[in-house]
Each structure stands twice: as structure tokens, then as C-alpha cells.
Write a protein that binds this ligand. Structure first.
Ligand code: UFG
Length: 334
């Protein structure tokens, strides 16, 4: 049984929701985050917070030992695809080299379970949709390469040293809870950008690419509610692993939505017109990414409960209206 969990990147968009769910289940939660992209106010007050980087071996070792951590959820990473193309070294240093320091410390501290935040970016431009976990891994940007590389390191090195390894490959995380939402700077993701237009903060949302081989010509993604993603992590802490073998699991709904479909539902829900501007494809964007979801059901006993596009958009809309300046406007701090 896991009792004491370290969440790296627990001040981030997804990590902060995971922290809340772990606390709700009565676990002791420790957050390690260097606040390079996260927000202190996104971390529940009942969690113990340490500001620092996962590549700081002394700090990590002291934390794991002194706090008698028995599982790690590793979320801390850079996650912007265009930035990774411009600065690949930054991504390798943080997402692989620093993460390796954490992994080695975890083995020395005899941590029993390591849950890794991976991405559908490991698949690149998949030939077959929906994408199963056994599909070829051919990332098309440095971000995806770092996720593939650390997953491999983890799978090779962890189990040989007694560490149970679960890698969760998220599709498109979206939505919010009452207290936690998406606040990136710069914001590159579709849904917060659509809602920024609905709020009057931006004049129009760009539609990147209208000539994709999809039903309406715009790119298709599998949007999944952050609450469902967090639930999968809580489950991943306890699933039994066949003879300790590492496992990788997609987190998606199995259904895709086009950019135009997302804009349409947002118009309906917000009652705002939401102007759009058609632009060229964004470099590196695959036409369609949709998860095969069978393994998540089998391994984690998990299925999405909150990931209809309506619930995702409604929850995000509520959060953005309540926090028009994001966490800069003062977080909940609860
Ligand atoms: N898009 C727009 N306008 C915008 C923003 C996005 O049309 O203002 C389009 C994109 O081109 C893409 C789709 O909406 O087709 C979704 O874009 P997001 O930026 O919201 O998400 P991505 O699919 O690009 O990125 C997500 C994760 C990454 C991960 C990637 C895997 O955020 O971390 O999936 O491809 F690497």
C-alpha cells in the first residue's frame, strides 16, 4: 500500500489535480517543483511543498529518505512542442538527464512504484488510428523524443532494481476543477486559447491547418479531462504488475474531435461568437491522434467519466471566468 507519495511537478496544471486527489484519499503528499512553469498557489496547502529541481541529487535523496516516500509520480518536465524544436538541449537536460537523477535516487531509496507522465507525442505521426500502445514509436519533435527516451530508461533500469514502473501516455489534457485550471505562459493549447477569445482577452482564435485529411479539414485530437487523468495516476500507484514488468498505458477517450468541432461546442456553451482566423498548419502537428483505450481498462480498471467535450469545456470555462488572470490574480491556496 502506498501511503507517502512524492509528486514532482505537483504545481503544474495536471500535477496540482493529482495532488488534490491523493489528499482526498488520505495519502501524505509531498510536492517537488522548481516553479519554472508551475504555480505555488496551485498546490494544496495540506501538501508539503519543496521548491527545487528533480536533477538536484542531494535534495531528492534527502527528501526521499527523510520523508520515507514509498511512491513517486513524476510529472516535472518541459512540455511545449515548439519550444522543444527551438531549444532541444533544454528538453534533454530537464526531461531526461535531470529525471535520471531522480530515477537513480528512487532506486537507492527502494521506492516501490514510479508513475511517469508520458505523452502520445512518443508515437509521432501514427499510421493507424486509434493508436495502440504497441504502435511504433517515432516521435517527430524533441519533446516526444525525451518522453520516449525516459520511458525506455525507466523500463530498462527500474524493474531490474525492484522498481514498479507505470508510464501513462496522455492524449490532450483539458478541463479544470473548481480550484485548478490551465495557466501557461505562453499559452499554446487550443481550449484555453478559445476561451480567451470568449472572455474578450483575444480578438480571434487561430485554426492551424484546414487542409488535413480529416472530415472537416482541421486536426483531430482526443481530449481528456484532467480529473480523469488524475484518477488514472491514483490507480497506477496500486495496480499489480505481472512479475514486475513495466507497463505503458494510453490515457484517452478513444474518440477524436476536430478543431472546428471544439470551437463549435465552445460557442454553444459560452454563448459567445468566438471569432476564428484560418492559418497554415503548425509545424510538427499530426493530422489525428486518437487513443486505443483497451489497455487502460484492463490494466488500471479505468475509463473516462468526465471527458465529454461539453464537460471539459464547461469546467474550463468556469475556471477561466473565475480566474481571468490565472493564478497571477491570486490562487485559491486551499
Ligand atoms: N490549435 C489551433 N489553434 C490554437 C491552438 C491549437 O488550431 O490556438 C490546434 C493545433 O494545431 C492542434 C490542436 O489544435 O491541431 C490541439 O493543439 P494543442 O496545442 O491544444 O495540443 P497538441 O495536440 O499540439 O499538444 C498536445 C500536448 C503536448 C503533446 C502533444 C502530442 O499539449 O504536450 O499533444 O502531439 F506533446
Amino acid at each position: 500500500m502506498t501511503r507517502r507519495v512524492l509528486v514532482t511537478g505537483g504545481a503544474g496544471y495536471i500535477g496540482s489535480v493529482i495532488v488534490d486527489q491523493l489528499l482526498e484519499r488520505g495519502l501524505s503528499v509531498f510536492v517537488l517543483d522548481d516553479l519554472s512553469t508551475g504555480h505555488r498557489d496551485a498546490v494544496a496547502r495540506r501538501a508539503s511543498f519543496v521548491q527545487g529541481n528533480v536533477g538536484n541529487g542531494e535534495l531528492v535523496e534527502a527528501l526521499l529518505g527523510q520523508e520515507r516516500i514509498d511512491a513517486i509520480i513524476h510529472m516535472a518536465a518541459f512540455a511545449l512542442v515548439p519550444e522543444s524544436v527551438a531549444q532541444p538541449g533544454k528538453y534533454v537536460t530537464n526531461n531526461v538527464t535531470a529525471a535520471r537523477v531522480l530515477l537513480e535516487a528512487a532506486v537507492r531509496a527502494k521506492i516501490r512504484r514510479f508513475v511517469f507522465s508520458s505523452s502520445c507525442a512518443v508515437y509521432g505521426h501514427p499510421a493507424v488510428i486509434p493508436i495502440t500502445e504497441d504502435s511504433p514509436q517515432a516521435p517527430v519533435n524533441p519533446y516526444g523524443e525525451t518522453k520516449r527516451d525516459f520511458e525506455k530508461l525507466l523500463a530498462d533500469y527500474g524493474p531490474r532494481n525492484g522498481l514498479g514502473v507505470v508510464s501513462l501516455r496522455y492524449f490532450n489534457a483539458a478541463g479544470a476543477t473548481e480550484q485548478r485550471g490551465e495557466d501557461h505562459d505562453p499559452e499554446t493549447h487550443l481550449i484555453p486559447n478559445i476561451l480567451a477569445v470568449a472572455l474578450g482577452k483575444q480578438p480571434a482564435v487561430s485554426i492551424f491547418g484546414t487542409d488535413y485529411p480529416t472530415a472537416d479539414g482541421t486536426a483531430v485530437r482526443d481530449y481528456i479531462h484532467v480529473v480523469d487523468i488524475a484518477d488514472a495516476h491514483v490507480r497506477a500507484l496500486e495496480v499489480s504488475l505481472d512479475s514486475g514488468a513495466p507497463v505503458a498505458v494510453n490515457l484517452g477517450t478513444g474518440a477524436g474531435q476536430s478543431v472546428r468541432q471544439v470551437v463549435e461546442v465552445a460557442r454553444r456553451l459560452t454563448g459567445r461568437p468566438i471569432a476564428t482566423v484560418e492559418r497554415a498548419r503548425r509545424p510538427g502537428d499530426p493530422p489525428a491522434l486518437v487513443a486505443a483505450v483497451q489497455r487502460a481498462a484492463t490494466v488500471l480498471g479505468w475509463r473516462t467519466k468526465h471527458s465529454s467535450l461539453e464537460e471539459i469545456l464547461e469546467s474550463a470555462w468556469q475556471w477561466h471566468r473565475a480566474h481571468p488572470q490565472g493564478y497571477r490574480g491570486g490562487g485559491e491556496g486551499t
